[in-house]
Design a binder for this molecule. Structure first.
Ligand code: GLY
Length: 396
C-alpha cells in the first residue's frame, strides 16, 4: 500500500514539476530583487521612527512591532542576515548587526522555550556569517534554555503554567512540537563551548518527541503534557490546531525541520527517517492542496474553505532543501522547488509596497486564539529567504 502511494506521489511529482523554479530562468534573482525592494521599504519605514523596531505582522492595517521577549523577535534580525547573504551587500550586514544587537538581552530569557528560535535565527546566523564575537551570546542562551530541561521526563518544558491562557489548561509540563526548533541552538552551543551537556539535552528531547509526540501515521500532536513526578505523559492536546487529534500544519512543518537538523548534528539515521516519514504524511494527505501550501490544519473542518498557512509551507521548503542534501536529492529538492514556486507566485507573494512591506501573504498564527488569521508573519518571510538561500547554494 505504502509503495503504491509512494509511486503515485513520484508520478505526480515528476509530471507536475514546474521548471519555473530553476536558477537559470531567474527565479532566485527575481525573488532576491523583490525582497531587496520590499525589505528596503520596511527598513525605511522603521528608520523614520528613529527607533529600532521589530516587525511581526499586520494588525488592523498597521504593522505590529514586538518586544525582544516575544517569541518571534529573532526573525527580523535573521531576515537581515539572509538579505546580506543573498545580496552580498554590506548595508544589510550593518543593519543585521544593529537589529541583532537590539535583542541581546534574550540570552538571559528563561521563562519560555523560544530562546532557541530567537537567538539562533539572529545571533546564530550572524555567527555563521562571520560574527565570531556572538559565540558568548549563543552559549549563554543555551544555558538559559537548559534551565527548562526536566530530567524526569527527558524534555525541555515549553511553556510555564502559572499564568496566561496556559494556566487554564490543567497542564503540568507542556511540551510543544515547535520545541524541536530550539535544539539547533543547543547543538551549536556544544560545538562552540565543548560542553556536551547541551548536545545531550537536545538528543534526549528529540528522542522523547519521537516517542510521545507522533502518531503511527507520523502526524504529530501539538502539545504533550508530562508529569513532573514520574515523567509520564498526562495528556496529548492541541493549542493552535483544530482538535487534539488533528494535525496542525505548522506543527508538522516544525517537526520535519527539527528532525532534519537533528540528523545534521548527530548523523543518527533515526532522525532522518523521522523527518522523511513526517513529510510523507504531508504529501499523502488527502487535504494537501494542489498548490502545496497547506491549510492551517490538515483536518480543518471546512476545507477547502479554510485559511492557508504560508508559514508552514516556507518552513517545509527550507527543511526540504536541507533534507535533499542527505537523501533522495531530486525528490526532496523537487518538492521544495514546487512549494517555493507557489509561494513566489501571485497568490502568495505580496506586491511591492503592500502587505505591510512583508514578503508573503496568507499565514496563520493561531485560529483557536482568534489571532493572526490570514496575515503576513515575520517567520514566513524568514523561512522563505532561508529557503531561497539554500536553493541558491544547492544550484550553484
Ligand atoms: N511557535 C509558535 C508557533 O508556531 O505559532
Amino acid at each position: 500500500m505504502y509503495a503504491y502511494f509512494s509511486f503515485l506521489a513520484c508520478f505526480f511529482f515528476l509530471f507536475s514539476f514546474s521548471p519555473i523554479s530553476s536558477t537559470k530562468d531567474g527565479f532566485i534573482k527575481n525573488n532576491v530583487e523583490f525582497a531587496r525592494s520590499q525589505e528596503q521599504l520596511q527598513v525605511a519605514s522603521i528608520e523614520k521612527s528613529d527607533k529600532i523596531l521589530n516587525p511581526r505582522t499586520v494588525s488592523e492595517g498597521k504593522v505590529k512591532y514586538i518586544s525582544p521577549e516575544d517569541w518571534t523577535s529573532g526573525f527580523y534580525p535573521g531576515t537581515m542576515w539572509y538579505m546580506y547573504e543573498l545580496t552580498g551587500d554590506s548595508t544589510w550586514r550593518t543593519r543585521a548587526r544593529k537589529y541583532t544587537q537590539a535583542i541581546d538581552t534574550v540570552k538571559y530569557l528563561t521563562w519560555h522555550h523560544d530562546v532557541g528560535f530567537m537567538i539562533q535565527c539572529s545571533f546564530g546566523n550572524g555567527y555563521r556569517l562571520g560574527e565570531k564575537a556572538y559565540k558568548d551570546v549563543i552559549v549563554q542562551a543555551a544555558k538559559s534554555l537548559s534551565t527548562r530541561f526536566r530530567p524526569v521526563a527527558g524534555i525541555i518544558q515549553s511553556w510555564n503554567v502559572d499564568k496566561g491562557w496556559q494556566s487554564q489548561r490543567g497542564w503540568e509540563c507542556p511540551v510543544i512540537i515547535d520545541n524541536m526548533m530550539n535544539l539547533e541552538l543547543l547543538f551549536n552551543a556544544t560545538k562552540l563551548s565543548g560542553d556536551s551537556t547541551f548536545y545531550k539535552i537536545a538528543v534526549s528531547h528529540a528522542d522523547q518527541t519521537i516517542k510521545n509526540h507522533y502518531r503511527p501515521d507520523y502526524s504529530c500532536y501539538h502539545v504533550v503534557d508530562y508529569s513532573l513526578k514520574d515523567g509520564s505523559v498526562r495528556n496529548r492536546h492541541t493549542a493552535q490546531g483544530y482538535a487534539h487529534e488533528s494535525s496542525w500544519a505548522r506543527g508538522q512543518a516544525w517537526g520535519i525541520y527539527g528532525f532534519t537538523v537533528c540528523y545534521r548534528e548527530t548523523h543518527n539515521p533515526k532522525y532522518l527517517e523521522q523527518a522523511q516519514k513526517a513529510f510523507n504524511f504531508v504529501i499523502h494527505n488527502k487535504n494537501f492542496p494542489a498548490d502545496f501550501v497547506p491549510y492551517w490544519d490538515f483536518d480543518a473542518p471546512k476545507i477547502p474553505n479554510e485559511p492557508r498557512d504560508a508559514s508552514a509551507a516556507a518552513v517545509m521548503a527550507s527543511a526540504l532543501y536541507e533534507l535533499s542534501t542527505y537523501s533522495d536529492k531530486e525528490f526532496y529538492k523537487g518538492w521544495a522547488d514546487k512549494i517555493m514556486s507557489s509561494l513566489a507566485g501571485p497568490d502568495y507573494r505580496a506586491r511591492l509596497g503592500e502587505n505591510g512591506n512583508f514578503l508573503l501573504m496568507h499565514s496563520v498564527g493561531s485560529i483557536p486564539h482568534g489571532a493572526e488569521i490570514d496575515v503576513p508573519l515575520n517567520y514566513t518571510d524568514y523561512y522563505f529567504l532561508e529557503a531561497l538561500a539554500r536553493k541558491k547554494q544547492l544550484e550553484n
